[in-house]
Design a protein around this ligand. Structure first.
Ligand code: NDP
Length: 419
């Protein structure tokens, strides 16, 4: 019996809400609140006849802490699920602290305006000290640890697939499969085809920022940064086939490096087709990925936001996307004194997701773990005061829930390794 406030009603939130409504005995009441209330109303109307969960909706600007506090005070939820954008992480955490409510999200904080001088000064210091230059990092949210501890509240960060399930796979491997882990390679393959020359599978602004940033990985506790897309490998993915993949910076490397300090190397690879990369390079070269506003005919325009308006809405890709995703982790290490390798992953079919919840697999593979993370918190299995990432909790009930609610694991004890 619980009351949950979901903030955001985009591609990922819509899947998470569909799945919460399949577990009505835990998610007894949901309030869907977002900037555009009509989207919340449309989803609530669609789901109401199919679920026992009592759904209400609200309008909120999650950049405004006072609006958030007013909403949380009036609804009195047990948990706030932040499935808006990473830009809102800190305001929503502030509001949760002010109201004494648990918090979770699916992506770590990054600022909307990366030219803000105050933010930039801290960012540039971090680049020098930490050795990676992605705009997003955990330091902003980890800084809330003491406040959440003192308030007796739990904040769960980054509970999508990657970050999210990938860290649960790491915790599972450390708990059950290895005595020591030497290397972790996280492989994110999207073998889906939506038929467009260029589109992004989740919020274009967030996606293009991530992909156009320099790559980096962790080796012996230190970051190694490389030019964007400069390390390429081919891998033969189960149920998808051979794909080119590129080393990217990704947020879970940072928390895994902190929580598994003895692992010698942690890397993240994502597959991209040539058409995607060619379009992205061209858009970047002409300045369309810039977040710096320009003045056009007397109107201020942020290039990447204008581009977002031109690109297909990720939520519209569902009916067109065919093929499968395959996301997981390959480990090397030792067990009982013997060298060992292990691969744990999930394969998800875009069209099956669309049949079930009306979304493609990228939203599905993020929304289902968000619901399962909330389920862990609401059922008391993942609660400890403070601010935590997924690998800091018991992976077993979470992976069992993923098996049950649509993202079953597969395992391979003799996988091909990535050189
Ligand atoms: P969408 O752009 O589809 O949805 C974002 C939602 O947030 C929209 O409903 C939007 O409202 C709402 N929103 C934006 N700004 C505000 C605001 N100021 N106040 C209230 N609501 C707001 O994004 P996605 O669903 O694709 O992504 C959601 C999150 O999931 C992102 O943080 C993304 O980084 C993360 N993600 C995580 C992954 C993982 O594996 N961990 C993978 C993929 C995504 P409106 O409709 O008005 O625009």
């Amino acid at each position: 019996m619980s009351k949950v406030l979901v903030i955001g009603c985009g591609g990922v939130a819509s899947v998470a809400i569909h799945k919460c409504c399949q577990v009505s005995d835990v998610f007894t009441e949901l309030c869907i609140a977002s900037r555009t209330k009509s989207k919340c109303d449309a989803l609530a109307e669609k789901l109401a006849p199919t679920t026992k969960t009592k759904i209400t909706t609200a309008q909120v600007d999650a950049d405004d802490v006072d609006q958030l506090i007013a909403l949380i005070k009036s609804y009195q939820p047990d948990l706030v699920m932040n499935i808006a954008l990473p830009y809102q992480d800190l305001t929503i955490m502030d509001a949760c602290l002010a109201c004494g409510v648990n918090y979770m999200d699916t992506a770590n904080y990054e600022p909307e305006n990366t030219d803000d001088p105050e933010w930039r000064a801290i960012y540039e210091k971090r680049c020098k000290e930490a050795g990676f230059s992605a705009y997003f990092d955990y330091s902003w949210q980890w800084a809330y640890k003491k406040k959440f501890e003192d308030a007796g509240l739990t904040a769960l960060l980054g509970c999508g697939f990657d970050p999210g399930v990938t860290q649960a796979y790491c915790a599972y491997a450390a708990k059950h499969e290895f005595d020591t882990i030497d290397t972790i390679d996280i492989l994110d393959c999207n073998g889906g085809d939506h038929g467009y020359a260029f589109a992004t599978n989740f919020n274009p602004e967030i996606n293009l920022r991530e992909v156009s940033a320099p790559g980096s990985y962790m080796e012996n506790g230190r970051w190694v940064e490389i030019p964007a897309m400069s390390i390429k490998r081919e891998y033969d993915f189960d149920q998808v086939g051979k794909k080119d993949m590129y080393l990217l910076h990704h947020e879970e490397i940072e928390s895994l490096g902190k929580n598994f300090p003895d692992v010698k190397r942690i890397r993240f690879f994502m597959t991209f087709g040539q058409s995607y990369l060619d379009h992205m390079r061209c858009l970047e070269d002409v300045g369309m990925l810039s977040t710096t506003p320009i003045n056009y005919n007397g109107q201020e325009i942020v290039p990447i936001q204008f581009l977002k308006a031109l690109l297909p809405d990720p939520a519209s890709l569902g009916p067109r996307t065919k093929g499968k995703t395959n996301i997981g982790c390959i480990f090397t290490g030792t067990k009982d004194g013997q060298p060992k390798t292990y691969y744990i992953y999930n394969v998800c079919d875009h069209q099956e997701c669309y049949r079930e919840v009306g979304s493609q697999a990228i939203s599905y593979t993020t929304g289902v773990p968000a619901m399962c993370g909330a389920l862990m918190m609401l059922t008391g299995q993942w609660t400890k005061p403070g601010v935590y990432t997924v690998e800091e909790f018991n992976p077993d009930p979470f992976l069992d829930a993923l098996d049950k609610y649509g993202l079953p694991r597969s395992e391979n004890r003799a996988p091909a390794l990535v050189d």
